[in-house]
Ligand binder design. Structure first.
Ligand code: DLL
Length: 433
């Protein structure tokens, strides 16, 4: 069993805590000096960097939220001048403005090595051919895995998203051995191969590195059987770095969390209090090495727990339980993050007022579908048919421009959306994972 960075992945807890403290103090000093948002917060609390003399002191500092990042859009939370930033990625914000993440050269080097950890843990070596089916663009997934694979010395096939039959053809002809995708797209590939009568064992594929959205053990079994591969889970979020925060080893019993680079805490999402080790709650992350966009106590909104028991693989880094839900209402549709507030902004903007609506999410075969249904209000009713059609087109366009995804939009009779407790639930998520 190969380990990419044994010095860090198998470090003793004492040494790890020492390293974490040194890195934490350096990070706190850096943000205090260079990021107005943090300096102001520390000053308001009467905290100076020297007050952080032990890891436990971290809880003296305030939590950081997506709202804070949004308020400092686009570059206000960066701790280096823009000339030192060599890459920019982004992810959806809560409203119409995205979250912007910057990386220095050193950040990219560290990120690539973190990704190389879970790739190696899944069995990837320099002899592999890695087919990346994530979207190459502002999303961190494709570039993160791409650079990780190149760091290992594997060959990368940068396919990008979609065109499932072409993906399968390339997989057959180029003899891809590793699939990089979301779990739902891996399942979609398996369904399509079955439809096409292709025996997965006739391919060279052996490993699937899956992440970017929640999935389950049932889905893992379907994917492993449908593609004849071993599939592992990897986790990350754009604000913190992208993929490369945690990843499974071959034991497939929790994701090793890269604690030398990110300090995890588990809090009660309602009170913000730090919970006992092992408790389930919201994951909060402090970055320990990032130069361009460090984050202090960032609320991920992802619900999980941490297991400090030793792992049979020999890695000592704590294991994080699969993420199965969130403490907010963010949806992940085909790997893309969408907030109901963004849909509301699109609908209300088109109506130029309010209208009763609901977001319905479903999964057919392995594909997520999102539909927005809007009840006909008096204002919409008085529009002639042609204008109703252009109204629907306008809502669709607004949703795509804010969220980046296509959705269908439909008008329904007034009062026809069920109101179980008097109000229309904003989201009806029928997906089973
Ligand atoms: O999804 C980064 C990533 C790309 C991770 C590719 C792994 C592979 P964002 O678009 O910012 O970044 O979305 C981050 O997606 O807060 C979780 O809610 C969810 N998420 C990511 N990975 C997993 C996973 C990327 N393995 C948000 N299991 C996170 C469950 C996941 N949820």
């Amino acid at each position: 069993m190969n380990i990419w960075d044994p010095a860090h992945e198998c470090i003793s807890r004492d040494e790890l805590e020492q390293l974490q403290l040194e890195r934490l103090q350096a990070t706190i000093n850096r943000v205090h000096k260079n990021v107005v948002h943090y300096r102001k917060q520390f000053n308001d609390l009467g905290v100076i960097p020297e007050d952080i003399s032990a890891l436990a002191d971290l809880s003296k500092l305030p939590l950081t939220s997506k709202d804070d990042i949004n308020r400092n859009y686009p570059y206000g939370m960066f701790a280096v001048p823009l000339r030192e930033v060599v890459r920019i990625h982004s992810s959806s914000g809560i409203g119409s403005k995205p979250i912007v993440a910057g990386y220095t050269k050193n950040d990219i080097r560290i990120w690539s090595n973190l990704v190389a950890r879970f790739m190696t843990a899944a069995g990837v070596t320099r002899d592999d051919l890695v087919q990346v089916t994530f979207h190459y663009g502002l999303f961190t997934g494709a570039f993160g895995l791409h650079y990780g694979a190149e760091t290992i010395g594997a060959s990368v096939i940068p396919m990008g998203t979609g065109n499932t039959e072409r993906q399968i053809m390339i997989m057959q002809d180029y003899k891809s051995t590793v699939l990089v995708s979301t779990p739902s797209y891996a399942l979609e590939l398996a369904f399509r191969m079955e439809q096409l009568g292709i025996n997965p064992k006739s391919l060279s594929l052996k490993v699937g590195l899956l992440g970017g959205e929640p999935w389950s053990e049932t889905m893992r079994t379907q994917i492993e059987q449908g593609l004849a591969i071993s599939a592992t889970d990897n986790y990350g979020l754009s604000e913190v770095i992208g993929p490369g925060i945690a990843g499974e080893c071959s034991c497939k019993n929790g994701l090793h969390f890269y604690e030398d680079a990110f300090l995890p805490e588990i809090i009660d999402p309602d009170t913000g209090k730090v919970l006992q080790p092992g408790s389930e709650g919201e994951l909060v992350i402090t970055t320990l090495t990032k130069e361009a966009f460090p984050l202090i106590r960032y609320r991920t909104r992802d619900i999980t727990s941490l297991d400090y028991a030793p792992c049979a693989c020999g890695r000592t880094l704590v294991r994080m339980k699969r993420i199965s839900r969130r403490s907010d209402d963010m949806l992940i549709i085909r790997g893309v993050n969408v907030y109901p507030s963004q849909i509301e902004e699109a609908v209300f903007g088109a109506v130029q007022g309010e209208a009763p609506y609901q977001i319905v999410v479903d999964r057919t075969a392995a594909m997520d579908n999102m539909e927005v249904i809007i009840e006909i209000t008096d204002k919409i009713f008085t529009l002639e048919l042609q204008k109703q059609r252009s109204f629907l087109e306008l809502v669709k366009k607004r949703i795509t421009s804010i969220t980046g995804i296509n959705t269908s939009v439909k008008l329904v009779e007034a009062g026809s959306i069920p109101r179980p407790s008097g109000k229309i639930p904003r989201v009806l998520d029928r997906r089973q994972i």
